[in-house]
Ligand binder design. Structure first.
Ligand SMILES: O=C(O)CCC(=O)C(=O)O
Ligand SMILES: [Fe+2]
Length: 397
């Protein structure tokens, strides 16, 4: 695979390209060739980094376990291990994405008072104002709408006061519809990617990873970053989101044409284990970062903490951060996750030993840390809902 030349496209640069079918047909590799000058011009100021040239893949319509799928899965795994991130192509004018973007911009354009109503004391979903989120104890400038599992009061988990479980405080049914459709689309993408990953990792049973995500705790963040000169003085100059790793299996994200995302490639001697020692803030100000320039019609994909734990760090969780740019920026991050009550253990193929991690506990710990003052965190503390986690763990064993 090309690493130094222009963006390489899987179906074209491989010496023996697999004859897989994609909904796009055979794509024109020029469409995913990076214009370096244009890309460099979008680099947010004050964040030293190399320019990333990512590999772009086309996913097949269905993953059956064919020889082509195994080949593609191996290439995905190889690329994550080398670059920490890759791109997957999607068709132009993807309606579910356009709808989601349009409605998200409409939401962020509402008055602050309207947006601020979108909070819930049982579910961390809803509106997060600029300066409210903390990463490594420092305020982020991002303004966010988070979607988590939307559960009615009648759901047994809500009745039993499981932490983080409750209804999503939607601003409107139109927004609920737009986000639900988009997340359903990405759920399908996530399932395909997990099957390809299982094949690429050589797991005996290619359904191993997908089995963890039954009734998965998939969630999503829609983010608006103000321009660097238009902040409210609550965070660190130039910082959009501090460096961190995400919590689950895979992150599937898209961004507009402004630019702001930086990732850290796997580096010899650097180890993260976010479930036991926070990776937030690590190396935030050094220069070993890779800038991910905006590109049309691609999602970026990288592994999260649980993928790292499952594979005994063969696929490490990719550290990333966001810098503010000279213009406002929008980004859309979908998180493909295990079931809240899943136990994550290193796979037999990767050594198989290690304390099981209760995913819901990891998730709850992370949200309590990021939003310690939110009414949701207050209610968890007031009602001792963290104790519920211990009970759930005991029950699952
Ligand atoms: O803004 C981005 O591109 C990424 C956002 C992010 O890291 C997150 O929401 O966890
Ligand atoms: Fe993230």
């Amino acid at each position: 695979m090309g690493t130094t030349a222009a963006t390489s496209t899987h179906a074209f640069t491989d010496p023996s390209p697999p004859p897989f079918y994609s909904p796009l047909g055979y794509i024109d590799s020029n469409r995913f060739r990076l214009d370096k000058n244009k890309a460099a011009a979008t680099h947010p100021p004050g964040h030293p980094a190399e320019l990333g040239e990512l590999t772009t893949f086309v996913l097949p319509e269905t993953v059956t376990g064919s020889a082509e799928d195994v080949h593609l899965g191996r290439e995905l795994v190889k690329t994550w291990r080398r670059d920490g991130i890759l791109q997957i192509a999607f068709p132009k004018d993807l309606e579910v994405l356009n709808y989601e973007i349009r409605e998200s911009k409409r939401f962020f354009a509402l008055d602050y008072a309207e947006k601020a109503k979108c909070v819930d004391d049982q579910n961390f979903a809803g509106y997060i104002a600029s300066g409210e989120e903390l990463t490594d104890g420092i305020a982020d400038y991002s303004e966010i709408f988070t979607v988590l599992k939307d559960l009615p009061e009648s759901d047994h988990r809500v009745k039993e006061k499981w932490p983080c479980h409750g209804p999503v405080p939607w601003p409107s049914s139109v927004y609920r519809d737009a986000m639900t459709r988009y997340m359903d689309y990405q759920n399908t993408t996530g399932e395909k990617l997990l099957k390809l990953t299982s094949l690429g990792l050589g797991l005996q049973d290619p359904e191993t990873l997908n089995r963890l995500t039954r009734d998965g705790w998939h969630h999503m963040r829609v983010l608006r970053f103000p321009a660097a000169h238009a902040t409210n003085g609550k965070g660190k100059a130039g910082r959009g989101i501090g460096s961190h790793t995400d919590y689950g299996l895979l992150v599937i994200a898209s961004q507009d044409d402004v630019g702001g995302l930086f990732i850290r490639k796997p580096r010899a001697g650097e180890r993260y284990a976010n479930w036991k020692e926070s990776s937030a803030g690590k190396y935030e100000d050094d220069k070993h970062w890779t800038y991910v320039p905006p590109m049309d019609n691609v999602f970026t994909v990288f592994p999260g903490d649980m993928m790292q734990y499952l594979t005994n760090s063969y696929l490490p969780s990719t550290p990333h951060k966001v810098g503010l740019n000279t213009r406002e920026r929008f980004a859309f991050a979908y998180f493909h996750e295990p079931n809240f009550n899943a136990y994550i253990e290193p796979l037999a193929e990767f050594g198989g030993s290690g304390e099981p991690i209760h995913y819901g506990t990891h998730f709850t710990n992370m949200f309590m840390r990021n939003y310690p003052e939110r009414i949701t965190a207050e209610r968890i503390r007031k009602e001792n809902r963290l104790e519920k986690l211990a009970e759930l763990k005991a029950r699952a064993n």
